[in-house]
Design a binder for this molecule. Structure first.
Ligand code: ATP
Ligand code: MG
Length: 314
């Protein structure tokens, strides 16, 4: 049987401002809802590649929930572990790019349906079947999610499964009470770590990339992949360091690139592909993702990645 990849975390819709500027304090035109939430984007990319995929989450009994469930199902993701909560609202993120490329957000996550996630019989069944668990640091920011995350790690690791972890954090949220401890706890169980850029230094004393990676290897993390946006990515594993050059694309919307990169890397890694092959496809999945408006819209099938790599000489 195919190895089942499972994730636990938020499902959201994203609603985007159509113009650049400073936030949302005046009426403006918007586009959305787009299916979103970092774990949901990740698992959608896994599903699109034809790898067995499932998500444990919670949505409201509303169109924002349905827009996500329909997309995930269409892309082959098992949504039996997504509880539909009557009378509650699906999470959302409103986003507007500033002139300088930074983004302003209005989030409704902790008080949305997914913020109140709890273990269900359907979620238990998935935990029994999964070979691999992927977590995002954001799942540790909503109190309701942490308990389920802890239980999931425990169950999957005890059965000999593997854990990948993408911190997906901005330094300013690191002061959330209890978050630091929860992050260290997850890191202690991580087999494949996927930070982006300087995130690696949030977890280490070292100040250079190579030293930071050595510190993480010494803590038992076998493989580290560092995402570097338009500078490509690099992998550190038992065979040393492998770099991949960025594929030159027109960046339309950067949101979701890291999640698509992670979904592709994990799919190939679990299938036993060489790190350089997994990195090449992940790099292509990330680059292709930024060419589409909407966080999940740029998730790719294997055929799309092959065609893209050929066309872009990646
Ligand atoms: P996010 O959390 O916003 O989804 P991230 O910080 O986790 O993103 P990035 O480093 O932005 O992840 O992107 C992941 C990967 O996608 C990069 O390592 C690279 O391979 C590819 N990528 C991202 N942006 C570009 C770009 N502008 N051009 C080419 N490749 C890109
Ligand atoms: Mg990210």
């Amino acid at each position: 049987m195919d190895k089942l990849v499972l994730t636990v975390g938020e499902i959201l819709v994203e609603i985007m401002a159509t113009t650049r500027g400073d936030g949302f304090r005046e009426a403006q035109s918007l586009i959305g809802p787009f299916p979103s939430g970092a774990p949901a984007i990740f698992i959608d990319q896994v599903g699109r590649l034809g790898t067995a995929a499932a998500i444990i989450s919670r949505v409201g009994d509303d169109d924002f929930g349905r827009v996500n469930l329909e997309r995930l199902q269409a892309d082959g993701v098992d949504v039996s572990g997504v509880a539909v909560a009557r009378g509650e609202a699906t999470g959302s993120a409103f986003v507007r790019y500033r002139e300088d490329g930074n983004r302003d957000f209005v989030f409704n996550i902790a008080n949305s349906a997914c913020g109140k996630l709890s273990m269900t019989a359907e979620a238990e069944t998935l935990l029994e079947r999964a070979a691999h668990l992927h977590l995002m640091g954001t799942a540790l920011c909503a109190p309701g999610l942490v308990g389920v995350v802890r239980a999931a790690i425990d169950r999957i690791k005890r059965r000999g499964g593997t854990l990948s972890f993408d911190p997906n954090l901005r330094p300013e949220i690191l002061n959330t009470p209890g978050l630091r401890e929860a992050l260290d706890e997850v890191l202690a169980q991580t087999d494949l770590f996927l930070p982006s850029g300087n995130e690696i230094f949030l977890f280490t004393k070292a100040r250079s990339e190579a030293e930071a990676v050595a510190e993480l290897h010494a803590r038992g993390i076998g493989e580290v992949v560092i995402k570097k946006g338009d500078r490509g990515a690099c992998h550190y594993g038992p065979a040393g360091r492998t770099d991949v050059a960025p594929i030159a694309v027109d960046e339309i919307d950067a949101t979701g690139a890291g999640d698509c990169f992670g979904g592709a890397f994990v799919s190939f890694w679990l299938a036993g592909a060489d790190a350089s092959i997994a990195l090449r496809y992940a790099n292509a999945a990330g680059a292709r993702a930024v060419t589409r408006l909407g966080p999940m819209e740029g998730a790719s099938t294997r055929a799309e990645l092959d065609a893209f790599l050929l066309a872009m000489k990646g």
